[in-house]
Design a protein around this ligand. Structure first.
Ligand SMILES: Nc1ncnc2c1ncn2[C@@H]1O[C@H](COP(=O)(O)OP(=O)(O)OP(=O)(O)O)[C@@H](O)[C@H]1O
Ligand SMILES: [Mg+2]
Length: 365
């Protein structure tokens, strides 16, 4: 499946530093000058989930395999990007391919690090980026609607629906509102999601603060949080620089360092989880002596499609799923206990998999 979050923001705000920390590699060059990233970098990260270790411990699994999601380090966007300024349109295309946006805003003061606008103002910065994405959407909507004209004359139903949705997005954008503010019905949802507009994508603001404020944030991050709340978006406060340092340490050292900073967990773990939630993703588990493994599904996925995440044959030949809720599995100390307590359910094709379910699929090929 591969869910992707694009790391977006002005140049030099700490996107690559964050990406490096996330992927624990130095693959993305982080350097103190604008436009140092030219190729987008895609990095896979494990989704931290303490439940997986508990399941593995109870079942004596030899290995634990977390589920993964991807982050894409995208080059900095500047004012005028939608008109090809800076590195322009190519990077808007990189954003288009992502499922959601992690919008990094500079919330740290540091005279040595150049700000493209020469001052620190994360709320204004966020608006600069949002405006560019809105301009780009308006442009692509105009092109697409022009292309639909001929089909509309031929009374093409699908074209009609598409044009109607594009018109509604256009109206919102012309009134300075992003496409994600448009309300769509359940019936329209599928077509709507296929429009792939930039300002349709769910967004999470990442406030990059200085080391001293990693735990509590600062006045800048508070201003961003307020703006985000007004949009119904989430915020994560992080110090990308510290996260990068932490990512170089082994786990004991990292824990000590985090404690010194007054943090309970790495900001990255919070960020990954927030992204996972933003994308409406959930996890189910498969557990055995060889491995305990986490799998990603979107909320509301039925059992056969959930099985299909493991292998297409599991979906095609799906018979039923033996299912134990996570809490039951833990309370009964494992599969045998859960079975004896009558907590193992046989679920059929219409069962909607719940977050934390421990599943065993029966299928024929
Ligand atoms: N929280 C922070 N405090 C202080 N300095 C930071 C912080 N986060 C990042 N930096 C510094 O800011 C500079 C720019 O970082 P980085 O290269 O990650 O930016 P970028 O957003 O990827 O830029 P570009 O758009 O040019 O690719 C680097 O020198 C980095 O060390
Ligand atoms: Mg960069």
């Amino acid at each position: 499946m591969g869910f992707k979050m694009g790391i977006v923001g002005l140049p030099n705000v700490g996107k690559s530093t964050l990406f490096n920390a996330l992927t624990k590699t130095a693959a993305a060059q982080a350097a103190n000058f604008p436009f140092c990233t030219i190729e987008p970098n895609v990095g896979d990260v494990a989704v931290p989930d303490p439940r997986l270790d508990k399941l593995a411990a109870i079942s004596g699994s030899k290995q634990t395999i977390p589920t993964r999601m991807s982050f894409v380090d995208i080059a900095g966007l500047v004012k005028g990007a939608s008109k090809g300024e800076g590195l322009g349109n190519q990077f808007l295309a990189n954003i288009r391919e992502c499922d959601a946006i992690a919008h990094v805003v500079r919330c740290f003061e540091d005279g040595d690090v150049t700000h493209v606008e020469g001052r620190v103002d994360p709320v204004d910065d966020a608006q600069v980026i949002e405006m560019e994405l809105m301009f780009a959407d308006l442009e692509s909507i105009a092109k697409r609607r022009a292309n639909l004209v001929r089909k509309l004359k031929g009374n093409d139903k699908e074209a009609k629906l598409q044009d109607d949705l594009l018109a509604r997005a256009q109206e919102a954008l012309e009134n300075d509102r992003p496409a994600r503010s448009v309300e769509v019905s359940e019936d329209e949802r599928k077509q709507w999601n296929m429009l792939q507009l930039l300002t349709q994508k769910p967004i999470l603001y990442v406030c990059n603060v200085e080391e001293e404020n990693a735990a509590k944030g600062n006045a800048y991050s508070e201003a961003v949080a307020k703006m985000a709340a007004e949009q119904g978006a989430g915020t994560v406060v992080i110090s990308a620089k510290i996260e990068e340092e932490i990512s170089q340490l082994d786990s004991d050292e990292a824990e000590m360092f985090l404690e010194e900073l007054g943090l309970h967990e790495a900001g990255l773990d919070r960020l990954i989880r927030a992204g996972y939630e933003l994308l409406q993703l959930e996890t189910y588990f498969t557990v055995g002596p060889k491995e305990a493994r986490a799998w990603t599904i979107t909320k509301g996925t039925a059992a056969p499609q959930a099985a299909g995440v493991i292998h297409g044959d599991f979906e095609r030949g799906f018979i039923r799923a033996e299912t134990i809720a996570y809490d039951d599995f833990i309370a009964c100390n494992g599969e045998t206990g859960a079975k004896d307590a009558g907590k193992m359910r046989a679920e059929g094709k219409s069962y909607i998999v719940q977050d934390g379910d421990v599943m065993h699929f029966l299928f024929n090929t």
